[in-house]
Design a protein around this ligand. Structure first.
Ligand code: B1N
Length: 807
């Protein structure tokens, strides 16, 4: 059903809107317009059409006087937006046609947009998918985050080693945002607290302003739009005129430089350690601005603070915004006069916390001294929160302990619900990190398995499959993804499977063309595209994938006339700049690729490809083209994964461990359509207790021993033979992620993959059943769960079924 809020438009009329922007917003005429000018004009013309539904949503939200959801996240990995907005507005074809009439190439314009990389990986991309679903479902919501001047660094390889350069997405104007200079809040740091008079007063040493930038987030069919509000740091006084007049030009601009540092750059750490002072300042900066903003909105609508929790749901995306608890308590006490107990209970009823990792290095803790020096008032409030928690629950779990402020414990204590992000992960959250708190607050921990938006991760990125699905089951699936189950009935239909395979082949050809044009790399489209794309981390075990590749190479060379399945091993991903082992693994993959790809004996059967600078846009090309999805983390370590869902949805079966959401994906697609291997989480724990487990695993596997010896002796680094001896010794001495223990099982699973892949019909059937059976992993389902179990928030648009009644 076309939505009333978007008036239909012809290509001619839309072309005129683009030209109007070209002239009046860009100041160019057609003959002088560069690609940038066309892109900006197209973006602005599309943005114009988002504004009315956006206003309409705001008006309905205000009138309903219901609840707003506030999603606080340090990261929003949104990627490009032209295609996303065009598709949600149902204007993809109109936009293409309009530009064609103007002699412009839509695809080229789309590809010119910088990839907004305000996030590291899964956590940030999840926040972006959630924003999409909140709008599609018509739940009034704001995303709150930081408008980083520099997003995630760009990755380059120099002789195979990762180099980083600054990302500069804001060097050009960002077409989608609206600057809100009138919306700004002071954020204080440091100084001391005066408690003399009984009511404490914070005398901060440093103050910056948080200034808002709004991007509308349009939902499916334009029926609702929420706001992504990102904060930028500005000085309270831009310029120190006294210094300037003295001739001290550096000092004159010091306040500006100091403030802007806070929103300058995204920390490039994904589940790795930071612990830097600036990071704490960033966390407090955006959290305080967001809490001040939502309180101002609530009070300006005449709200009574006793009813705050009926109107405000605040979701903390991991502990990065965990200072929201003490900040809300501070404002309720110091500015609005609530007593401690009321302030804490009011805040707790508003707040909920999502845990995304069990890795100890990623659990945030701040040295108490540092914390107290930057946030002295909050330090005191956390002591009050801790005291109330200890007294009320009888718990023995401290928030401040051994000279550290533990943000996980703080977030837990201040939340009315805590959730994990997959069934297995939520169980482990209860059994491990928060075992004691789970006992003290039974029922507080729940699960909400992650999901992905099917608009971007199928409809937009996979046009051939989208078309086949539309023809097969109709067009209602993009916001009701379980309808894909209707494809199952066609899994025995040879004509359907041929078309499914044709869609995959078209996507593989698109990837091959793209890589050829970008890097000059030539792929064999008949080979299996075996893809592992994600951050480089030891627990994700890219190294195990590489070891298996080398073992396969050895075996092909020994038996060149064997019945081998040609493969292209595709890797993609960045390492945190300070993560030495991850960078060694990248270097080793590139060194190995160089040698193996040049081997005439195996060239037609095995190739390694590692395109540099993996990002959201690259994922949109790689995922639809993948035959096989690598999800091979050490069981118990990957909280959920979301790439795993994207691959399955696009018809790539998984080779994987029983980790994170793999467990639930396997249940959905069926064990026979999933290549399982490896130790379980419980077996991993048991194995670690065995002495010398790594060396024993290597002794038991001649195949693995040989590969390790090759690497260690410099076969892949002939110019620097010792380059990887540390990496290999580390594996033998303390293989914490059990690469050695799972290797044989993984190798054997890969040979099962070979066998099935050789039977084209069987493989395509398996791929199609993956697509048909993973509709449950839509982020619409996830957000429906949060709204029901955590926020008690409702949709302000007619439900899908009632819309159908109307149609
Ligand atoms: O969050 C994703 C999950 O699907 C992944 O399994 C999980 O690894 C990821 C500190 C993180 N957990 N923790 C982080 C990111 C940045 C940072 O500075 C931690 N990312 C995850 C979505 O649930």
């Amino acid at each position: 059903m076309p939505d009333m809020s978007i008036p239909p438009v012809t290509p001619q009329d839309f072309g005129a809107e683009i030209l109007r922007h070209l002239k009046h917003s860009l100041g160019k005429d057609e003959s002088h317009a560069a690609l940038y000018d066309w892109r900006m004009s197209l973006s602005l013309a599309l943005r114009d059409r988002v504004v009315d539904p956006w206003f309409e949503s705001t008006r309905k939200t205000y009138e309903a006087r219901g609840k707003r959801v506030y999603y606080l996240s340090m990261e929003f990995l949104i990627g490009r937006l032209i295609e996303d907005v065009a598709i949600n507005l149902g204007m993809e074809e109109v936009a293409q046609a309009a530009l064609a009439e103007l002699g412009q190439d839509y695809a080229k314009i789309v590809a010119d947009e910088p990839d907004a990389a305000l996030g590291n990986g899964g956590l940030g991309r999840l926040a972006a998918c959630f924003m999409d679903s909140l709008s599609t479902l018509g739940i009034p919501a704001y995303g709150y985050g930081i408008r980083y001047e520099h997003g995630l660094f760009e990755q380059h390889f120099e002789n195979g080693a990762q180099m980083e350069t600054a990302e500069t997405w804001l060097a050009q104007r960002h077409a989608w945002e609206f600057e809100r200079p009138e919306v700004s809040y002071p954020i204080h740091f440091g100084g001391h607290v005066d408690e003399a008079e009984g009511s404490p007063v914070w005398h901060p040493e440093e103050t910056v302003m948080a200034s808002a930038y709004d991007t509308p987030v349009i939902g499916w069919q334009g029926r609702w739009a929420n706001t992504l509000r990102l904060w930028s740091a500005k000085p309270i006084t831009a310029f120190d005129l006294a210094s300037f007049n003295r001739g001290d030009y550096m000092a004159a601009s010091a306040p500006e430089a100091l403030a802007r540092t806070i929103s300058r750059v995204l920390y490039p750490d994904d589940t790795t350690k930071t612990g830097k002072e600036l990071r704490l300042k960033q966390e407090y900066f955006f959290t305080s601005a967001s809490i001040q903003d939502l309180l101002r909105r609530f009070l300006s609508e005449g709200g009574d603070l006793a009813e705050l929790a009926d109107h405000v749901a605040i979701q903390l995306n991991d502990t990065h915004p965990a200072i929201a608890g003490p900040e809300l308590v501070r404002l309720l006490m110091d500015e609005h006069g609530l007593d401690v107990a009321r302030a804490i209970s009011t805040a707790r009823r508003c707040l909920a916390y999502t845990n995304h990792t069990l890795l100890p290095e990623a659990l945030e803790r701040w040295p108490e001294e540092l914390f107290q020096s930057i946030l002295p008032r909050h330090h005191r409030i956390i002591q009050l929160i801790e005291a109330a928690h200890l007294a009320d629950s009888g718990s023995a779990v401290r928030i401040i302990e051994h000279g550290e402020v533990k943000m996980g414990e703080l977030a837990f204590v201040m939340a009315h619900k805590v959730n994990g992000v997959s069934a297995l992960h939520s169980d482990l959250v209860k059994e491990t990190v928060f075992a004691d708190l789970n006992r003290d607050y039974p029922g507080r921990i729940i699960n909400q398995t992650n999901g992905i938006t099917p608009r971007r991760w199928l409809y937009s990125c996979n046009p051939p499959l989208r078309a086949l699905i539309n023809e097969t089951i109709g067009t209602a699936w993009p916001d009701d993804l379980q309808q894909l189950e209707g494809l199952s009935a066609h899994a025995g239909d040879a004509a359907f499977l041929d078309r499914f395979q044709a869609a995959k082949d078209a996507n593989k050809a698109r990837l091959a063309d793209w890589l050829k044009a970008r890097d000059g790399v030539v792929l064999d489209p008949a080979a299996m595209f075996d893809v592992q794309i994600k951050r480089i981390h030891e627990y994700k075990r890219q190294l195990m994938n590489l070891l298996e590749t080398i073992a396969l190479w050895n075996e092909i060379r020994e038996n060149p006339n064997g019945d081998w399945t040609p493969r292209v091993k595709i890797f993609g991903g960045k390492a945190a700049p300070g993560y030495v082992v991850a960078k060694e693994i990248i270097h080793l993959i590139n060194d190995t690729a160089k040698l193996i790809n040049a081997d005439p004996a195996t060239r037609d059967l095995l190739q390694i490809v590692y395109p540099e600078n993996y990002n959201v846009s690259m994922a949109e090309i790689l995922i639809p083209a993948a035959d096989l999805s690598e999800q091979i983390s050490t069981a118990g370590k990957e909280a959920s994964g979301t790439g795993n869902m994207k691959f399955a949805l696009n018809g790539a079966p998984t080779i994987g461990t029983l980790d994170g959401a793999n467990v639930e994906i396997r249940e959905c697609v069926g064990a026979e359509n999933f290549f399982l291997f490896g130790l379980t989480a419980a077996e991993v724990t048991a194995r670690r207790a065995e002495p010398n487990y790594a060396r024993r695993a290597v002794e038991a596997s001649p195949r693995l021993a040989r590969v390790l010896k090759q690497i260690e002796s410099g076969v892949f680094s002939p110019s620097d033979k010792g380059r990887y001896s540390g990496l290999i010794q580390g594996l033998l001495d303390h293989d914490y992620f059990l690469v050695t223990c799972d290797f044989d099982s993984y190798f054997e699973a890969q040979r099962r993959v070979d066998t099935v892949f050789a039977d084209q019909a069987a493989w395509t059937r398996m791929a199609a059943l993956n697509t048909a059976r993973v509709g449950w992993f839509s982020s619409d389902r996830t957000i429906t769960g949060y709204a029901r179990d955590i926020w008690t928030a409702s949709s302000l648009i007619a439900s899908r079924s009632s819309r159908k009644d109307v149609a």
